[in-house]
Design a protein around this ligand. Sequence first.
Ligand SMILES: [Zn+2]
Length: 201
Amino acid sequence: MTKKSKIILFVIGLLTAPWGIGIILIIISLATKTDKKYKEQTEIIHKAINCPYCFHVFDKPPKRSAVCEKCSKKFFVRNFKPVTLKEKYYIDFLLEFPDISKKYLRNLLEDNRSENDYRWSLLQKSIFDKKSVGYDYDGLKLLYVKCARIVKSENKDPEPYLKLADEQVRLFFKNSSLHGKEKQQFIDQEIGFYRNFFKQT
Ligand SMILES: [Zn+2]
């Protein structure tokens, strides 16, 4: 039910309130959900055929990233919708860093940086947040490996970050019930596993 029809129903209900039917109309107008979804959906479809920069109307909704024929800017497609580069970052980073607040991410994206620089800031913030909570050694390990990956992509030495990741594995096993040789085996296996993966990718 649309908002307008809900209001009309409510007013008619009020006018006829002393009788049973008036009360029923009021209840219906209050209890039914406003049909917002329909409105949102039509809005998305409407937006879906516009360039996110110049609002040029496309003949059909683009399926993948492309360059707008009118403004020549590159747009991307997320959730079946053409989006700007910043919007793409916003959607992708929220998925990659689910613990980061939307406000922090929005503020970060206000600066113009490279994708790697954004990711680096998000990693540092995530590491800081995780450290202040503590005990998520596995989560920290993954974040350090991601740092190592960025450093590697910039042709710098990733080893310091891999070492920090190794340390998280040792901390994880430190409090386990394992001892001596067996414990060391588990640690070596775990470290070997992601270091091998890192080398290959
Ligand atoms: Zn355009």
